[in-house]
Design a protein around this ligand. Structure first.
Ligand code: NAP
Ligand code: ZN
Length: 305
């Protein structure tokens, strides 16, 4: 399946891959895995999608289709999963190819530029909110309000939760409240962090930097969970005792399956969840990347052809 790319979001994972933070990058390297476009070529066996149809492609482009996880519909856990821009060329381009199973139709109600970031940032925050059964009784914290975080706030609101945003950028407060956060905690103020101790059921960290993780464990109520989607550079170090005494857990989440992606896009379309974007022409990708690096984008950079 070949997609003629109209839009591609800039995820912080692209920046990690550009600088080979994870030791898996291959150069020459073309980043990009928040892709929207229309189908320009299909293989002879493809029945589910048509030429010209508007579609999206996220982090994952293929899986084995035969292992326990693929058969269970959890293709994002397949040990042979292939990522769209790891050892293959991604979406900062005119065209991209992927297995049809990972190419997802975009609902009509979503605009392409605002939908592109949902393909990675959106699913990466939606999936753990669903896995951890967030509901109207839940008190949810979102740590780091960038591309992932600003969409997490919106989905947590759709699920009916009370939402606390944790940000190191005091200047974001007003916008973050407008996105749906009930509370705003400046993570540079230890007093503000202490005030929310023991108040949350589920905390989703989207931060790509090291933090004092014990502080976030302390924000959890008994049975609460801290889930990592952001990738800090150092190992995560925490005391065991608060986990033991309060039956608390820590977890992680890798993107989501194709069926979850379809569900997420449908929920986004019906409930008005969309990325707040800054648009750049594809040729200005380097300029946009520099702005992401400096945490200056509000809240997702999207490249357009
Ligand atoms: P982003 O748009 O750059 O946002 C990251 C946010 O983290 C920033 O906006 C900032 O929020 C906060 N932050 C950055 N540096 C910080 C620091 N030194 N101290 C405290 N806070 C800091 O990045 P993103 O695209 O959302 O991606 C975030 C992370 O998720 C990356 O590590 C990426 O690789 C990872 N990711 C994982 C998956 C997965 O499947 N698990 C999928 C996509 C991305 P504030 O200004 O509000 O503090
Ligand atoms: Zn990503």
């Amino acid at each position: 399946m070949e997609i003629g790319i109209t839009h591609c979001g800039i995820c912080h994972s692209d920046l990690h891959l550009i600088s080979n933070d994870w030791g898996i990058s291959q150069y020459p390297f073309i980043p990009g895995h928040e892709i929207v476009g229309s189908i320009t070529a299909v293989g002879s066996e493809v029945r589910s999608l048509d030429l010209g149809q508007r579609v999206g492609l996220g982090w994952q482009s293929n899986s084995c289709g035969a292992c326990e996880w693929c058969i269970r519909g959890m293709e994002n856990l397949c040990p042979s999963a292939e990522a769209t821009c790891v050892h293959r060329h991604g979406g900062y381009a005119d065209r991209v190819r992927a297995n049809v199973r990972f190419v997802i139709p975009i609902p009509e109600a979503l605009e392409s530029a605002q939908a592109a970031p949902l393909l990675c940032a959106g699913i990466t925050v939606y999936n753990p909110l669903r896995t951890h059964a967030v509901n109207p009784s839940s008190r949810v914290g979102v740590v780091g309000i960038g591309g992932l975080g600003h969409i997490a706030i919106q989905f947590a609101r759709v699920f009916g939760a009370e939402v606390t945003a944790f940000s190191s950028s005091a200047a974001k407060e007003e916008e973050v409240r407008a996105l749906g956060a009930h509370h705003f905690v400046n993570t540079r103020e230890s007093k503000a962090l202490k005030e929310v101790a023991g108040s949350l059921d589920f905390v989703l960290s989207t931060v790509n930097a090291d933090q004092d993780w014990g502080v976030f464990i302390q924000t959890l109520r008994p049975t609460g969970a801290l889930c990592f989607v952001g990738v800090p550079p150092s190992p995560v170090s925490i005391q065991a005792f608060p986990l033991i005494s309060g039956l608390r857990t820590i977890s992680g989440n890798p993107t989501g399956s194709p069926s979850r992606l379809r569900e997420m896009l449908d929920v986004a379309a019906r409930h008005g969840v969309k990325a707040q974007i800054e648009s750049f022409p594809m040729a200005k990708a380097n300029e946009a990347i520099e702005k992401v690096k400096k945490n200056k984008i509000r809240y997702r950079a999207v490249l357009a052809n």
